[in-house]
Ligand binder design. Structure first.
Ligand SMILES: [Zn+2]
Ligand SMILES: [Zn+2]
Length: 457
């Protein structure tokens, strides 16, 4: 297949992953015969699936023209944005740029893959400006559910794109600063040709909850607990890990972390200056000696993941801690679609132990990191882009996002899928199925292609 290359007056967007599913983001921008990659993440198959659990977008399109790839810019440290770098970099061999927190998360993965010191990694402060080939770039710190989530302003001779990355508008994010409204308004005044953005919560009316609004209910649930308190949450949410530690101190409980990924996230936060040394979690081996009413443990496994700390606790197979009747497990997290059966089985096992299980259905104990409909409208009012391209979503999320842009904001939307070529400038349009797409899975002997649904393997 011979595919054209972007000319000097073209500005193209080509998603290979993440536009058609939530996860495995892999985006390309094309201009003047060069390409720029934004994010390189993974997704996880259901635990019941016969396919490899860890999957990512097949980068064949850009691998075949990697001499034209100027670099890979990462927006933030979540798995769906950087989890595939250590797997795919050997096929790309390009410079990688990111902020300190993402670099600390990435460093672990590169070390495990034997790539430390081999990947040309440039660590930039948040809100930096830099350039790669014909692309002028500017990071802009947004609020999300981990430190240093960056939007990317991408300027070329052909036009300017605002790539939102993952974001929400949180006036009380717990850690970091509120959204940069005046900078965003100024960008809107200067003119944005296209916005490529997060569709995760485009089906959700209203506003996302603020991190700052979770303290009240969490405090009540910890204060009123008769026995141990176990809280399960996503480890990368450093603001929330601070909050749990602060509440533990307030209610005379000693906080501990159960699960390796929580410990590595706290280390990443400490390495990049986001950990308050006053907030110390003790070694979980020492938590066994605490009286039940003095224990507050934060555990991995909110999605029912087999082998994670909460799964082991529910089977009373954790080496450091045994649960008993009267203990309380708090889910400060929401089920990722597809994980419900595992979570239900986990909750059943906990209840059989006599443990009380608290979810976010009746309590304000979890906040999403993505924009609901009113936040989308607010941002688009500030930036006033000429064009919106929904990404980071399933087709129904992206359809809702596109309809909101057109109907409520009067902005033209181009919706499509991985492999579609979005021509942003000079003339907006889409070429469907322009580039080959697919998935690779992490098998025991390396990456293997995964047959698309409906295809026989
Ligand atoms: Zn994401
Ligand atoms: Zn994210």
């Amino acid at each position: 297949m011979s595919l054209a290359s972007p000319g000097a007056s073209d500005l193209w967007f080509l998603p290979l992953g993440g536009t058609g599913e939530i996860g495995m983001n892999l985006n390309l921008y094309g201009h003047d015969d060069r390409w720029l990659m934004v994010d390189c993440g993974v997704t996880f198959a259901d635990h019941g699936s016969k396919d490899p659990h860890v999957q990512m977008a097949d980068p064949a399109f850009i691998e075949g023209r990697r001499e034209a790839l100027c670099g890979l810019v990462l927006t933030h440290g979540h798995e769906d944005h950087l989890g595939a770098v250590a797997h795919l970099w050997p096929r790309l061999r390009c410079p990688v740029l990111c902020t300190p927190f993402a670099a600390a998360v990435l460093a672990n993965k590169l070390r495990e893959a034997g790539l430390q010191g081999k990947v040309p990694l440039t660590v930039l402060p948040p809100d930096s400006t830099f350039s790669l080939g014909p692309f002028q770039l500017r990071y802009l710190t947004m609020t999300h559910s981990l430190p240093e989530a960056q939007a990317l302003v991408l300027t070329t001779a052909a036009g300017t794109v605002f790539h939102t990355g993952d974001w929400k508008l949180d006036g009380a994010p717990g850690l970091g600063t509120p959204p940069p409204e005046s900078a965003l308004r100024a960008l809107g005044e200067a003119g944005i040709d296209a916005l490529v953005g997060d569709s995760t919560n485009a089906l959700t009316p209203g506003y996302s909850l603020s991190e700052g609004s979770l303290e009240r209910d969490l405090a009540k649930l910890i204060q009123g607990a008769p026995g141990r308190v176990i809280i399960t949450a996503f480890g990368s949410n450093i603001a929330r890990l601070h909050l749990f530690a602060r509440l533990a101190a307030r209610f005379d409980r000693t906080p501990t972390l159960l699960g390796r990924s929580l410990r590595t996230m706290v280390q990443a936060a400490a390495a990049s200056g986001y950990w308050d040394p006053e907030r110390r979690y003790i070694d979980s081996r020492d938590a066994a000696y605490l009286p039940a009413e003095a224990c507050l443990a934060v555990a991995t496994g909110s999605q029912g993941d087999p082998g994670a700390a909460l799964d082991r606790l529910s089977r009373n197979r954790h080496p450091d801690l045994l649960l008993e009747a009267g203990d309380r497990v708090i889910f400060s997290a929401r089920a990722i679609p597809g994980n419900e059966p595992l979570i239900e089985a986990l909750v059943e096992r906990l209840k059989r132990l006599g443990v009380e299980v608290i979810s976010d259905e009746d309590h304000q104990i979890h906040a999403s990191g993505h924009p609901a409909q009113e936040e989308l409208k607010t941002l688009y009012g500030w930036l006033k882009p000429e064009l919106v391209v929904p990404t980071h979503g399933t087709p129904s999320h992206m359809r809702a996002h596109g309809q909101l842009a057109q109907r409520d904001c009067g902005i033209r939307a181009l919706t499509g899928l991985n492999g579609d070529l979005f021509m942003l400038r000079p003339q907006a349009g889409v070429r469907r199925g322009w580039a080959p797409v697919g998935r690779l899975g992490v098998g025991p002997k390396g990456l293997v292609p995964i047959a698309a649904e409906g295809e026989d393997a």
